[in-house]
Design a protein around this ligand. Structure first.
Ligand code: NAD
Length: 492
């Protein structure tokens, strides 16, 4: 898709409950990051509306045939939904791009088709993943039966509004649950379009509901007595609050996809320094670094450090910042002015602690909107804020090492363990490092996810609990019931 005029984008209503679009509740301005304009207002759900949404979901779960129909039929409807989403790219891509940090070219080529394909992927589990027969004594049959939870609360972040939401709702719905989704208050609208298309595809009203609001609304969803499980993507801090809310209101299971501070390790045996430089740069500048798995710490073997970093600086300087509705934009805006200030604060405090700015190190004052210059910090270590804390901006911290052990020491983060990248031509070394790195995902000679939805994603330590994607994500949306049947005549 080419550039578009944001004034031409039709905005859906705010909430979507029981198959109906609703505008009710106090209004809140929504600011678009590309030019800082309040382009719309969204209605914020009050507690009654949250209750209404969860009750609708519960009734749909109980009364529609969503959970009880043949799983193959459920899969067919989900696939029809995915097809409608893919075919709706001309509506969905501008809607997603306009109010978020996703440039239109990326939204068209990745976000929308990736969201659709993810739904297809999970639909296929519906009739392929169930219980098992357990070996038991002769005269008895032991087995497990899988069942949907009922209503699942899904809470999503703003950085990839549609894709992050789809990773929550698709496995939940494919497994037969109803869902109440709360998107981020900063990117509320595109998921409502998904809900409209769900109805068009034949998903029963009430199986997929959207309510809008901030953390208070998210908290109310987590605490609602009819919610049986919560699946969340967002910051580690919010993840802890959600765990607490779920523990206090029924010991509800949680899936938490949280923050990270992921290392990219480069050894001096790499064959093509330019290719690796592009990969490293892409891992920290995609979506302007507002990616949970952003490769924000470059750990490079001393002999090639200067050459690699200099090439990365050149690649940074080629990036084109611009509004998300311009088709040649490669550097996304930062989500809000507040976030630009926060990112800059971390950089400046790190400089005061002795860190050095090699390139960037300041907001990119493009017509006063929300952009941050791709930045490289050197002379840094784990005691400094920029190395330790998740920045969620295009800031790369560079440290050097000589030995594998040093590299592993530097890679280890005191609390995060989301992902790691490894660049080496030595297979034995790669395997040693893969085993030793404390990360939920390790990419070797690549960085970032592929279209292999079967590969689960999720963090170690404070980066999360459970997995999105893969069979694990599907199974986490079902309860397991154990059954033991005796069929010995003596018991008659
Ligand atoms: P956030 O934690 O501020 O908000 C996420 C969502 O939680 C929003 O919808 C928000 O309204 C809601 N929320 C806030 N307080 C709540 C509460 N007390 N109870 C229930 N819901 C509440 O995160 P964000 O700023 O939207 O997203 C950025 C963060 O998300 C980063 O830390 C990033 O690393 C993380 N993230 C992780 C992954 C992953 O797969 N691990 C993917 C994307 C983003």
């Amino acid at each position: 898709m080419t550039s578009f005029n944001p004034a031409d984008v039709r905005l859906p209503y705010s909430h979507f409950i029981g198959g109906k679009a609703i505008n009710s509740g106090e209004k809140m301005d929504v600011i678009r990051p590309s030019d800082g304009q309040a382009y719309a207002s969204v209605s914020i759900a009050d507690m009654d509306l949250v209750d209404h949404a969860v009750e609708n979901a519960w009734q749909a779960f109980k009364q529609s045939n969503w959970a009880t129909q043949s799983p193959r039929d459920r899969a067919k409807v989900m696939k029809r939904w995915a097809d409608l989403i893919a075919a709706d790219v001309a509506v969905l891509a501008p809607l997603e791009a306009m109010g978020s940090t996703r440039p239109i070219s990326a939204a068209t080529q990745w976000d929308i088709p990736f969201c659709a394909e993810g739904i297809r992927f999970f639909a296929e589990y519906a009739d392929k993943c169930g219980g098992e027969v357990i070996p038991t004594a002769n005269g008895s049959l032991g087995m497990t039966i899988t069942e949907p939870y009922g209503v699942i609360g899904a809470i999503a972040p703003w950085n990839f509004p549609l894709v992050m939401a789809s990773w929550k709702i698709a496995p939940a719905m494919a497994a037969g649950n109803a869902v109440v989704l709360k998107p981020s208050e900063m990117t509320p609208f595109s998921v409502v379009r998904l809900a409209e298309l769900a109805i068009e595809a034949g998903i029963p009203p009430g199986i997929f509901n959207v309510v809008q609001g901030d953390g208070l609304v998210g908290d109310a969803i987590c605490r609602h007595p009819r919610i049986s499980k919560v699946t969340f993507t967002g910051s580690t801090k919010t993840g802890a609050l959600i765990m607490k809310a779920c523990a206090e209101t029924g010991t509800k299971p949680v899936t938490l996809e949280l923050g990270g501070k992921s290392p990219q390790l480069v050894f001096d045996d790499i064959k093509n320094i330019d290719k690796v430089a592009r990969r490293i740069a892409g891992a920290i500048t995609t979506n302007a670094g507002q990616v949970c798995v952003a490769g924000s710490r470059l750990l490079v073997q001393k002999g090639i450090a200067e050459q690699l970093v200099s090439r990365i600086s050149e690649i940074f300087s080629e990036m084109v910042s611009g509004p998300t509705w311009q088709d040649n934009t490669t550097l996304s805006p930062i989500i809000s002015a507040k976030e630009v200030g926060r990112i800059d604060g971390v950089v400046q405090r790190t400089v005061q602690q002795g860190g050095e700015v090699l390139v960037g190190g300041c907001p990119l004052n493009k017509d006063n909107h929300f952009f941050y210059t791709p930045t490289i910090l050197t002379n840094v270590n784990m005691s400094m804020e920029a190395v330790r804390d998740e920045i969620f901006g295009p800031v790369l911290c560079v440290e050097t090492f000589e030995t594998e052990d040093e590299a592993l020491n530097l890679a280890s983060h005191p609390s995060y363990g989301l992902s790691a990248g490894l660049h080496t031509a030595d297979l034995n070394r790669a395997m040693r490092m893969v085993k030793a790195l404390e990360a939920g995902t390790v990419w070797v000679n690549r960085y970032g996810r592929s279209w292999d939805f079967a590969i689960p994603t999720g963090g170690f330590k404070s980066s999360g609990i459970g997995k999105d994607l893969g069979r694990y994500a599907y199974e986490a949306n079902q309860k397991t019931k154990s059954v033991l049947i005796d069929f010995t005549e003596d018991d008659e």
